[in-house]
Design a protein around this ligand. Structure first.
Ligand SMILES: [Zn+2]
Ligand SMILES: [Zn+2]
Length: 241
């Protein structure tokens, strides 16, 4: 199901030994002002771009890449995407944009052991994930992209600079790795993660009316129960301290 609604397109992650995040494309195609959310795992750039082209979307119409957060399974394919769309801007929450600009890759890899594993498997050199960020998001702003207004919500806890994108007219929530289908939430043991913050972030999301949940992994949900986020937060509450 690549098209969720007009202006919201879904390219499922293709997990290997490591997970590949889902990629979403936002914006009315006629606007020629599209946004790509989360490129995905290293090596998955070609698959994502081929999928986008198959949907009839021209790569040159993608004007920016927005990161829900900068973990390796979301940002790993960024270089592959930018090689093909070099003019596309990069938008990241300020708390993860600053490390990315400085070449601080602790959030990208999350933990040292994982860093060594990824660098060995994919041949990344230290500093490979150093990028200039064109727009640093704060949370609380509404961004006008591709003829649609999306709210940016800062939801730290899984990582410092995690954001959700929320499209009120159709009650669509893109929460990155903070909450998934089936009462699952993102892990909170990696660099910059914080269980108590994650609880607050879940409670913030629970206040939204969301009918469609488009998370970073696993299945998407198109008819979300109204109390789903709150119930998920409650189930996890004892662990989120
Ligand atoms: Zn992820
Ligand atoms: Zn993550």
């Amino acid at each position: 199901m690549p098209k969720i609604i007009d202006g919201v397109y879904f390219i499922p992650g293709q997990d290997e030994m490591m997970p590949d995040s889902h990629t979403y494309v936002l914006g009315n195609v006629s606007s020629e002002d599209l946004s790509l959310i989360d490129p995905g795992l290293a090596g998955k750039g070609r698959y994502k771009m081929e999928s986008i082209k198959k949907m009839g979307i021209a790569l040159k119409d993608i004007k920016r890449v927005i990161m829900t957060h900068t973990h390796f399974d979301h940002i790993g394919a960024l270089t592959e995407i930018r090689d093909k769309i070099p003019e596309a801007e990069l938008w990241i929450h300020t708390l993860e944009a600053t490390p990315i600009e400085r070449g601080d890759e602790r959030t990208v890899y999350g933990m040292e052991m994982f860093q060594q594993m990824c660098q060995m498997q994919y041949g990344f050199k230290p500093g490979a994930f150093t990028f200039r960020v064109d727009r640093k998001l704060e949370g609380g702003e509404t961004i006008e992209i591709g003829g649609m207004s999306w709210e940016v919500i800062h939801i730290p806890g899984h990582s410092m600079g995690s954001i959700a994108l929320y499209y009120k007219p159709k009650k669509i929530l893109i929460p990155g790795d903070v909450i998934y289908a089936d009462y699952a939430i993102g892990r909170f043991d990696l660099h910059g993660a914080d269980g108590a913050e994650l609880k607050k972030s879940l409670m913030r999301l629970a206040k939204l009316e969301a009918d469609i949940l488009l998370p970073g992994h696993n299945r998407i949900v198109t008819k979300l129960r109204s109390d789903y986020i709150l119930e998920t937060a409650r189930q996890w509450e004892p662990y989120l301290v």
